[in-house]
Ligand binder design. Structure first.
Ligand code: MIC
Ligand code: SF4
Length: 640
């Protein structure tokens, strides 16, 4: 039986386990990446593990999220990351060099390798034929130390691409279509593997847009084959020697399959407040637009920016629209500056931002009250823009640029001829903002500013786990709800005690106080609890507040792993109706917890207040059970 692409790379990297979907496997990690908002914590944890030098083929630390320096905090964290990187053998990408995923694709990604990143959009590397996975910082720290990465062997879902995109339709419309079909939980436990004739019609940056936003499906990762087009891209990046062909066997078998006809796609938008609320731009209609934001790791490549510049050239944006553009990397920005496209954008009225995440994570450019904001980004969760009442629509660069001119959501096919942009034969290569680590790390002094506070570490599991129900939330709660991120809070990513006082406040402003007053307790969640980002702060802040367990209808992959890594029990209802019987402030109790976590899949939970009992499932591997007993991955790693 032939292997598909994902299975081939997993097989090449398999350390333990067998490749039956659903079983626990561990794989060797070739490359890691961190960014600054998760990186500070990841490196503090790496230091706590106590290894002298990273053991990976290449590890890179990026500064791209916390770039607004309205106080000393972000700059302190940058300095910490720069020095810790130098000491332990990690390349350091300076602020201004670009968004981690864009730069990793351009300069470091290698087909067939594994990449683990402390950011949920790490699967961008799948556009190059990498097995690129997002994880919590502690998992990345362990991988940097040479530890294997543990996952559940995913199912592989083939997305068969047929036909060819029509003018004005772009890669963003493909992934929006896939999101419409599969929804934000449709990818959980799966790798999304793209195949079919349509693959050949897509450039590497277009493929990367698709694999990037595969994160919104909840997928373990997404991947394209590495073919002649990949080779051309790497050659243009001066890295032809990094290329190898990687494709599925001719008789490869898949667990699932869907077909997307590229020729039938139309311009799409994801409506507020979920990336899967997708409809065509024509169906949504000509709503008035206040802000247009172009950039983010989804759509900030040279190709995307050139399309935008060509649409804007010689025109002026609508008087009532604020247009902001953040090119994805220094490479992209320099090329735009040299060929005049940047001048066309500025002349049209665009506000140019540095090459960083920026408005995508609420780092500036929060829209006005009740604004309609069109964004080429990947997430439109409520409040993520920095303005709770804003209505964010996710669109392609084409829809964004044309709408910035007309002032209303516009189907670009009304606009005339689509821009024709060629992939450059040579990208402009200048890696002078990537600092190589010191040869001898022992001489490097790690600089720690006052913003860096010790992070919480759990204690081994106790035999009776009890506490109050502190909050009960609905389906699809995101990590942006659990641990909000914006220009005011991101500077405190290395200060969990401070962050904890904002934990879950978008759902209930009193949650942190209630948790403290009751010495912690339980969180009750709905379906897909913890979707979205990889931020382990969404587990560390609850840990700091004393949360002992989360009982949900189902979990998102990375968040569940982060809960386990923090020693917080993730439990799912055996009978979903039990969700309805629990009220906030009910006292819950698990007796004989150590024995139950060691041996059983089903655990009995007493609702002391209601004088009743219900069953929950803990779907844990043997290793995860040991991690739970030890009180988290750090304790477990130290013990072993
Ligand atoms: C995001 O897009 O939500 C982030 C900010 O990049 C996060 C990481 C973080 O919270 O620092 C992610 O996607 O993992
Ligand atoms: Fe940055 Fe946004 Fe991409 Fe997250 S999704 S890495 S915040 S650009």
């Amino acid at each position: 039986m032939g292997l598909n692409l994902a299975q081939k790379i997993i097989k090449d990297h398999l350390v333990t386990g067998d490749m039956t979907p659903g079983s626990d496997i561990s794989i060797r990690i070739d490359q890691t990446l961190t960014q600054d908002s998760t990186g500070t914590m990841a490196y503090l944890q790496f230091e706590a593990i106590g290894i002298d030098r990273v053991k990976t083929k290449k590890s890179v630390a990026y500064i791209d999220h916390n770039t607004i320096q309205s106080g000393f905090e972000n700059a302190d964290d940058h300095k910490y990351i720069q020095t810790v990187a130098s000491k332990y053998g990690i390349y350091f990408s300076k602020p201004g060099n670009g968004i981690c995923h864009q730069v990793q694709l351009e300069r470091f990604g290698v087909p067939g390798m594994t990449l683990l990143g402390s950011d949920s959009h790490t699967p961008t590397g799948g556009g190059l034929g990498m097995l690129a996975i997002g994880a919590g910082g502690l998992d990345v720290a362990v991988a940097m130390g040479g530890g294997a990465y543990h996952i559940t062997m995913p199912k592989v879902c083939k997305v068969n691409l047929v036909g060819k995109l029509n003018p004005w339709i772009s890669a963003k419309d493909i992934i929006l279509e896939v999101l419409k079909v599969l929804t934000v939980k449709g990818g959980v436990g799966k790798v999304i593997e793209y195949a079919g004739e349509g693959v050949k019609t897509l450039t590497v940056p277009e493929r990367a847009t698709i694999t990037n936003m595969g994160a919104e499906l909840g997928a373990t990762t997404s991947i394209f084959p590495s073919d002649e087009i990949t080779k051309e891209f790497l050659k243009a990046q001066g890295r032809e020697s990094d290329w190898t062909e990687i494709k599925p066997d001719a008789d490869a078998v898949y667990d699932e399959e869907i077909t997307v006809n590229l020729s039938a796609l139309v311009p799409m938008a994801a409506q507020p407040h979920s990336p899967d609320r997708v409809d065509s731009v024509t169906n949504i209609g000509k709503i008035k637009v206040d802000q247009v934001a172009i950039g983010s790791c989804t759509n900030s490549s040279y190709l995307d920016m050139m399309k935008v510049a060509s649409i804007l050239k010689g025109k002026t944006i609508h008087p009532e629209v604020s247009l902001v553009i953040a090119p994805g990397s220094k490479q992209v920005l320099t090329m735009l500056a040299k060929n005049g496209a940047l001048a066309d954008m500025v002349a049209a009225g665009a506000r140019i931002l540095e090459s960083a995440c920026g408005p995508c994570i609420g780092m500036g450019q929060a829209p006005k009250t009740d604004a309609v904001s069109l964004r080429t980004f990947n997430r439109n969760f409520e409040g993520r823009s920095g303005t709770k009442s804003a209505q964010v629509y996710l669109v392609s660069p084409e829809v964004a640029a044309v709408s910035a001119l007309t002032g209303v959501l516009t189907d670009p096919r009304e606009f005339g001829d689509a821009p024709q942009i060629e992939m450059p034969k040579e990208f402009l290569i200048n890696d002078n903002m990537v600092i190589a680590p010191a040869e001898d790390g022992s001489k490097v002094e790690v600089v720690r500013g006052p913003n860096i506070k010790p992070f919480p570490v759990n204690v081994p599991l106790s035999d009776v786990v009890s506490g109050k129900t502190l909050i009960k939330v609905e389906d699809n709660i995101t990590t942006d709800h659990i641990m909000p991120s914006n220009a005011k809070l991101l500077p405190f990513r290395s200060n969990v005690p401070y962050l904890a006082s904002f934990c879950l406040t978008p759902c209930d402003p009193d949650f942190p106080e209630r948790a403290k007053a009751n010495n912690g307790g339980f969180i009750i969640g709905g379906v897909n609890y913890g979707q979205g980002s990889s931020r382990e702060h969404a587990a560390l802040a609850p840990l700091y507040l004393g949360v002992k367990g989360v009982i949900a209808k189902s979990f998102a992959r990375i968040h569940m792993a982060n809960l386990i890594n923090s020693g917080i029990l993730p439990m799912t209802f055996v009978n979903e109706a039990d969700y309805d019987s629990i009220d906030v402030m009910d006292e819950l109790k698990i007796e004989n917890a150590i024995e139950q976590v060691k041996k059983s899949n089903i655990i009995k939970v007493k609702n002391v207040t209601k004088n009743s009992e219900f069953d929950v499932e803990i779907n844990l591997s043997d290793r995860q059970r040991e991690i739970m007993l030890a009180g988290g991955l750090l304790n477990y790693t130290k013990n072993n």
